[in-house]
Design a protein around this ligand. Structure first.
Ligand code: SAH
Length: 349
């Protein structure tokens, strides 16, 4: 009996239907759902299931040869010597691989997960888009990154940011399913407010997110204060120009009552001058928002250089003078190339 989806992609009602077809009671589905959320990587670990059922499940495959329990496998883990950040290379069922990051913050352990293998947005300063997009990740593969990191580190994860490789709004359907899975109180039970989605500015996705998941945090990769500069750095700006993007963010804030975060990567000599801060402040005036300044992290193939910490602080001060709340992001994991924009597709460990 082979279902269409691996069971860790299934929402609880779908899992219940699948177990029904196997002639199993509802509570079995709930047990399995809970085992998955607790990080079980094999049916043999699900010790409260009857042995015969475990064997049936063990021998099932889904469409296209995917395993019934289709979890990413940790191929490699690198631990930062400076801040305890861990970067993982996760192997997927078809031989592809993505990177995920575990970070320690005062408010809780946070997973930064990937949403696609590669990325087709081609931002000029980012490592993730260098080879284009290979494929979307499934909901189960997104949740699986969190579960695999919890299992390997032995530490619970309470927060997630979809800020790894990929553009989540370019894979909205699977991301939406992931949000439902990770939030389900019968499973991982993560609160909406502990989840953040970062987008390069795909407006239809922003609108859908506000409607479908109004309590999930929205972060926008802005990186420039006008269309000419933004289009040069981020091709997506040609489809969704800043005026429309900022209007969508304003509407999102009005509708959800939540503050939008703007990520602004500071690139030396490109977008980090005092005039840039002034223009940015005027564009954001009156919006419920917060600016997160990230001095560019070095990407080997790219020429760009990051702004110094000191100059980043000066940029922040200029924004705050204009009443735009801003912070300079603490840089985690740069000694293991796990910082923002340094994640990429690696096929070999
Ligand atoms: N596609 C989504 C999710 C990726 S998030 C998005 O664009 O938001 C990764 C964040 O790191 C984005 O804000 C991205 O612009 C930023 N980033 C990319 N390359 C970077 C680099 N070299 N240094 C610092 N930040 C970078």
């Amino acid at each position: 009996m082979n279902p269409k989806l691996p069971i860790n992609d299934m929402l609880l009602p779908e899992l219940i239907d699948f177990f029904k077809e196997l002639g199993q009671p509802k509570f079995r589905a709930a047990q399995v759902f809970q085992w998955i959320a607790r990080g079980a990587a094999d049916f043999s670990e699900m010790t409260n299931l009857p042995a015969a059922l475990r064997e049936t499940l063990q021998s099932s495959l889904t469409v296209e040869g995917r395993p019934l329990l289709d979890l990413p496998r940790v191929l490699r883990m690198q631990k930062s010597k400076t801040d305890g950040t861990r970067k993982y290379l996760m192997g997927l069922w078809d031989g592809q691989a993505v990177e995920s990051v575990f970070m320690k913050y005062s408010y809780g352990n946070t997973a930064c997960i990937s949403s696609q293998v590669g990325c087709r947005m081609a931002c000029s300063f980012c490592a993730s888009g260098i080879d284009g997009k290979v494929r979307d990740l499934t909901a189960g593969e997104m949740l699986g990154q969190i579960l695999a990191m919890e299992r390997e580190s032995g530490e619970p994860i309470s927060h997630v940011v979809i800020m790894g490789t990929g553009e989540p709004m370019d894979n909205y359907e699977n991301v939406s399913r992931f949000l439902q899975l990770v939030h389900d109180p019968a499973g991982k039970n993560m609160s909406w407010r502990n989840i953040t989605i970062s987008t390069c500015g795909v407006i239809p996705g922003i609108r859908k997110l506000g409607k479908d998941f109004p309590q999930v945090n929205l972060a926008i990769s802005l990186h420039a204060s006008n269309d000419a500069r933004r289009s040069a750095l981020m091709p997506v700006n040609k489809s969704y120009p800043m005026k429309d993007l900022l209007a969508a963010c304003k509407a999102h804030g009005d509708q959800t009552g939540r503050r939008v975060t703007f990520e602004y990567t500071l690139i030396a000599g490109v977008n980090d001058r005092p005039e840039d801060a002034a223009e940015l402040a005027s564009r954001l005036r009156g919006m419920l928002c917060h600016v997160n300044l990230i001095p560019l992290n070095k990407v080997e193939e790219k020429e760009f250089r990051g702004t110094s910490r000191q100059q980043a602080e000066a940029f922040r001060a200029l924004l705050e003078q204009k009443n735009i709340p801003a912070t300079v992001r603490r840089e985690l994991g740069s000694d293991i190339d796990a910082a923002c924009g340094q994640l990429r597709r690696r096929v070999k460990a």
